[in-house]
Design a protein. Sequence first.
Length: 374
Amino acid sequence: MDGNPDPAPFHDGDWRSYGNGLANANRVSGGAPEADDYDILASGGWPYTPPVVQDGVVYFAADRRVVAVTPAGDEQWERRLDIEVSGAPALDPNRNRLYVPTRVVRTSDAPDPAPASVTALSLADGEVIETIRVGDRRTYGVTVAEGDVYARSATACVRLAPDGTERWRQSLDPLVYDEYNLGDSTATQVAPAVTADGVYVPDRDALVKFDPESGEERWRVPVDTAYAASVIDDDGVVQTGHRETVAVNHSGEVRWRRDLHSRAGAATAANGDVYVAAGDLHELDPGTGETIWQAHLPSEGTAAPVVTNEDVLVVTGDVRVFRRETGGFLAPDREHWRISSVHAVEYSSPVIAAGRTFVVGPAGLVALKPGEND
């Protein structure tokens, strides 16, 4: 422990989609009190998708299985699927639905090309309501905004009405970069960012803005090896890529470019600070892109950082939390705490909700417990 008598508690609300909202900001209120124990809530053999949380229930999709479980480990239901989970799910509490990106695994007798889809399940019991095709190969991510579903598959961005009918579809290229030996098997958290003004998604080597009503392409900005979900901040959009990170305004004008290589989505704080895991964890000035501070990470993948009022939480094989502010000379270390007894894979973003932090590893879905003194 660091001696702080009153650390802010973990966010105790919901986390309904990748990035905790339509902006993909990966931000919550509250703090990140030190964790000293954990529970394994559910098994999962393909640990590349984070959970979502609603009303104290955690929904976790991996392999061909979806499970609903409480933070205490009480299973509410389990559903086996005929197709494979391929991306981070999203909740629609108003319609009592869970939307899971799915795909048909290629076999000798599978359709060519293999369908990419979104599977809707009932939050109450996990019953499969429908499966809607949204492209080919695999579905990277899904976002729910006012009942409509926005999905980014390997070949398209699609907007679906609440009844599943297609409002519009725009063709896109797979996020595959053979020149860097980078496939899309870990592109599992590429949920469209949605505002009243636009829908933002990465295309191959580009950030694209679509009109939310018509689906018409408004602009396209080059981004070398764009790979992760677009993130909305106060001044526009931040797009990370395997070879660079770019920030643009909502008109598509470039604010800055940085030689920061990241396959993970960014996180944006309430005051505008931007956090990117690119070799090190970087705090960036939102106006210039300059690094304010950076902290070493032993490894990184496609897991985005999560920013709280006080700290930034990162999974990097283990779980590490860094102070956003240290207070200057003779201040405490930048690293606030870490828990190394948990193997948290670098390909599934952490989630802070329901008073716990959830990470995913080879053992499955893991819930961290704050220490008793916290």
